[in-house]
Structure formats: structure tokens, C-alpha cells
Design a protein around this ligand. Structure first.
Ligand SMILES: [Ca+2]
Ligand SMILES: [Ca+2]
Ligand SMILES: [Ca+2]
Ligand SMILES: [Ca+2]
Length: 399
């Protein structure tokens, strides 16, 4: 494979994209095994979507972690480096990976089923891990870039403890009088805020620094009346609101022990599946609003697609009662009004109001009468992913 050491210099804009690519597998090592061969149909469709949009900087979520980066290397070599159905190959000379809390044993009974499950490979194990995962690194995320990544300047927040956030929305056990006691003191001593990881990864674009702020907050579901996952989701999003504000409450520390938030005036792009729709389904009200109402975040309109609007109509069910504009949806979930949440707006590329300007944006979700509809289909079965790629073309503005 020919990987050029030089980044491609775009004329004016840089395309940032977030794609929950569904490249997670049920067992450790299974993704590597899949990607060794170029024949995995789902991998081919994910690769073709990436090739059709050709982002310059791409965050792929639900991509199982391995410490050598073999899965990511194989995905580039066996899938992205080969054009699919006439699309041009895309190659990313720069990548960044880091460990994820998903599937790391906490040694505690975090799901409160009576046992601290330590043996990987079950739902019970996932429920007691620092973040839900049935083996270490399941559902992690990876960053790919055509521009150089300042890995030594990157900060990660994998080990930041939830209890160290002032005013954290710690869940309450409604069966007791004591407040905020769903997790006991011993659990809170170990409980990490980030269900996967939170990264600040600087990318150098024509000499200018842009901070990619990547995370994948836990879904606000799979819990009970205490809403422990909804509250964690809210605070995982809050972390970025406080971080971009420069950490006014002075609580943030990274995995190397360095304190503080983003210095004032730095450019940033918050990317990922944030698992919070502005209007619909189970997030704590205002969860994503913590970022959307921040004076530091651009209020450029959300990216949209014709396919999101078309599928909400075709699929009906839970979508009928949604308040959000279906053209802004980025995930195609089950629509049964009893058991499903419908299609949601969960994936974001949000950028700093200063230092960046948007030229274009979109969600890769073709309508049935548009080209490449076969890459997304009608929701079930899943053709590529249950999420859609979201992108924005951003131009560096020098003050
Ligand atoms: Ca347990
Ligand atoms: Ca209580
Ligand atoms: Ca659906
Ligand atoms: Ca919707």
C-alpha cells in the first residue's frame, strides 16, 4: 500500500466526519479476523460510504480496540485502500488510538446484580465493567486523518472519576432515603466518568491547531428508575461543555495528571456519537443542549439528509410522535412504539464559533430514489451501520 507521508492540502475547507461504523464484534479478536480478508460485506459498505464522502478527518466509533492497532491497519489496507463500486480509495497517513473503558473489569458490582463478574464474555461482565463491553476495548473509537496529528499534545480522560465533577448527577437509589446512593462509596471511588474515553487530539492543518474532542457517551438506556446511564450520558457531555469553557470549576485532570481545560481561543471540533437527541428518546432533558447552547459552539444549522426524512415517513411507528426534524436524524433504530425509540439525531460534528467557518455539511443517508441507497437500506437488516456518517466542511479562519 502506498501511504503518502504528505497530507493532501485542500483548497479552503477540511472535511470533518463522525461515523459510528458498527465495526464492533462479539468476541475479542473477531474484528481483526474479519478485516484480514477483504470479503466482509459490511466492511466493504462502510468503506464505500467513507470513500463516497472522503473526509479529511474521520472519527470511527464502535471500532474494537487492539493495542497494536491491527484492526485499523487492516481496515485501511484491505478496505479503504481499494475503491468499491467505482469510488476512489482513501488513505489516512495519520491515525490515533487509545484504550477504552469498555469491557475493562472494575472489580465491583456496578450493575448491582449481587456479583462482581470478572470473567469476560457475558452481559453480566459488561454491566460491571468501567464502560459496557463484553471484552476489553469492545465499542472503542479511532481517529483517521490526512493532516498530521500531534500525538504528544493529545490528552485523554479515561481515568477521570465521575465523583470528581462538582455537582455530578450521581444516580439515586429510590428505595432508600439517602440521596445519590445508587452507587456506594466504594463503587464511586473507582467509577470513571467516561464510558469509553474522552480525547483531546490536536490536528495540525496548514500550521494551525484544531482540537478534535472525541467521545462516545453511554446510551441513556438499559437501566432502571434510577436512570444511571441517562445521568452518566448527561455528565459525559457536560465534561466537554466545561472543558471548552476552560474548566471554570477547576476540577478537570487528564490521565497524566495535568489539570485544566482547553485554553481560551483554541479551535475545536466536538465529534462523535453523543447518544443524545435534542428532542426525542431517553436522554436527560438538556443533555445535548449543554453544548448546543454554549456561546463557544457555532450555531450553524445541523447537517441533514433526504434519507432521514424519507425513512421516518416510510417506517412510521415511534417516528410519528417525534418532535425533532427527521432530516437531522443520524441513527436508524427500531420503530415499534412499544419497544423501539425510532430514528434519532445522535451523531454530531460541533465546532468552535471562533476560528472556524462552515462551508457545507451533510448526513450520508440517501433516500430510496437517490444513488447509493443500497449502502444504507431501509433500516433492517443493517446494511452498513445503524448510524449514518455526519460531516461538515470547515475552513480555518485566522483572526
Ligand atoms: Ca454485577
Ligand atoms: Ca436513595
Ligand atoms: Ca427505524
Ligand atoms: Ca427522529
Amino acid at each position: 500500500m502506498d501511504i503518502s507521508p504528505e497530507p493532501r492540502v485542500t483548497e479552503t475547507s477540511v472535511r470533518f466526519a463522525a461515523f459510528n461504523a458498527y465495526l464492533n464484534r462479539p468476541q475479542e479478536g473477531a474484528l481483526i479476523a474479519d478485516l484480514k480478508s477483504p470479503d466482509t460485506i459490511q466492511g466493504q459498505k462502510v468503506a464505500e460510504i467513507i470513500q463516497r464522502i472522503a473526509p479529511d478527518i474521520l472519527l470511527l466509533s464502535e471500532f474494537d480496540y487492539d493495542e497494536n492497532g491491527d484492526a485499523l491497519r487492516l481496515f485501511q489496507e484491505s478496505y479503504l485502500a481499494h475503491g468499491h463500486n467505482g469510488a476512489a480509495p482513501v488513505i489516512y497517513p495519520y491515525t490515533y488510538i487509545a484504550p477504552s473503558n469498555t469491557g475493562l473489569a472494575s472489580g465491583r458490582d456496578l450493575d448491582r446484580d449481587g456479583v462482581a463478574t470478572m470473567e469476560p464474555g457475558s452481559r453480566a461482565y459488561g454491566g460491571d465493567a468501567y464502560g459496557y463491553g463484553e471484552f476489553p476495548g469492545q465499542y472503542a473509537f479511532v481517529l483517521l486523518s490526512k493532516y498530521p496529528i500531534d500525538a504528544t499534545g493529545a490528552r485523554t480522560f479515561q481515568t477521570f472519576l465521575w465523583k470528581d465533577m462538582p455537582g455530578a448527577l450521581l444516580p439515586d437509589d429510590p428505595a432508600t432515603n439517602e440521596p445519590a446512593d445508587w452507587y456506594g462509596a466504594d463503587a464511586l471511588k473507582a467509577f470513571r466518568l467516561s464510558s469509553k474515553n474522552h480525547w483531546d487530539v490536536p490536528v495540525i492543518i496548514n500550521g494551525e491547531r484544531v482540537h478534535v474532542l472525541a467521545s462516545h457517551p453511554t446510551p441513556p438506556s438499559f437501566d432502571g428508575e434510577e436512570d444511571r446511564n441517562g445521568k452518566r450520558n448527561h455528565d459525559e457531555i457536560r465534561f466537554w461543555a466545561d472543558y471548552i469553557a476552560g474548566d471554570p470549576d477547576g476540577y478537570i485532570y487528564d490521565d497524566k495528571g495535568a489539570r485544566g481545560g482547553l485554553p481560551k481561543g483554541e479551535r475545536f471540533v466536538i465529534m462523535g456519537d453523543l447518544n443524545a437527541d435534542p428532542h426525542d428518546a431517553g436522554a436527560v432533558p438538556g443533555a445535548i443542549g449543554q453544548l448546543l447552547t454554549s456561546p463557544l459552539v457555532s450555531d450553524a444549522p445541523f447537517p441533514t439528509s433526504a434519507g432521514g426524512a424519507a425513512q421516518a415517513k416510510l417506517q412510521g411507528g415511534a417516528n410519528v410522535s417525534h418532535q425533532g426534524d427527521p432530516a437531522e436524524d443520524t441513527a436508524d433504530f427500531g420503530d415499534d412504539p412499544e419497544t423501539g425509540v425510532g430514528n434519532l439525531h445522535l451523531d454530531y460534528v460541533l465546532f468552535s464559533k471562533t476560528g472556524l467557518r462552515e462551508n457545507n455539511s451533510g448526513v450520508f443517508w440517501p433516500a430510496p430514489d437517490e444513488p447509493h441507497y443500497d449502502l444504507v437500506g431501509s433500516g433492517f437488516p443493517v446494511e452498513s451501520s445503524d448510524h449514518r456518517l455526519v460531516w461538515r466542511d470547515l475552513q480555518i479562519v485566522r483572526d
